[in-house]
Design a protein around this ligand. Sequence first.
Ligand SMILES: [Fe+2]
Length: 317
Amino acid sequence: MKIEEIYNLAINKGIEADFRGKEGVEKLLKRKKEKYEKLSEKEKEEFDLESFKNPYLDSRILNIAEDKEIKKILVGIDIEPAEILLAKEIGDIDLIISHHPLGKALANLHEVMELQCDVLNQDGVPINIAEGLMKERIEEVARGVNRLNHQRTVDTAKILGFNLICLHTACDNLAAKFLKEKIEKEKFERLEDLMNFLKEIPEYKEALKSGAGPKIFVGVEENRCGKISVAEITGGTEPSPKIYEKIAQAGIGTIVGMHMGEESRKEAETSNLNIVIAGHMSSDSLGVNLFLDELEKKGIEIIPCSGLIRVSRLDRK
Ligand SMILES: [Fe+2]
């Protein structure tokens, strides 16, 4: 496979798993195109044309040093200059894949957060409230990433001649769908049952060994789950702390997330929501692994690094 094929496969897999459905995503991409048509020539020059086909601008090709057949890849949750040097040390790495966004994809992280409006709406939060609270948070995230040194790792890859891509929401969608389907099928009664289920998923089982297994952030094991939401597994980063009161009012009893800040945790507690934090690196690994299995099927060799707990599901089917 070539780099572009790997990237397109990831985007397509992400769309297939998207909670908005394929039609919902296509509608969104069409809207982007219509918006573009209305722009002035000068504005068109600044427009990111990739957004016509990629609804996840936090997932991108960042550097093509040599457009060759990809046989061996180095994959990590966070790729920094240290990992690029690691690739050099290993020697025959054809492509480096980062999960967390870098370069232009990091600068665009906030763009994918719109996804959360629809997912919250599916959970019963009125769309006007979801949009209002998310708009505020999206602007905050956009300002937050603005100050970062986006290009640092990309520059290192360029200097050392490495192919580099990042796949963020495209992979997080796979983890979210995987968890949602299983949780809906099982119908857990208490948090204890939900925790036991999570601890059996290989990535979380492995994370437990290093002290990063699933944890109850709000609630106790005996609490009844009520309706479970996995809204926070995908969609860029954490929503506004103000959303928890609305989620509780919408009828959700328990949220399964990847990570949660203290302010959000307090808000969730006040709203009597149960919060189960599955784990950050482990949840990221789950989504990345589901995609990497597609590459393994094509004979690509995978070297995991930087927090990626590699689990192949190819032999489990
Ligand atoms: Fe992450």
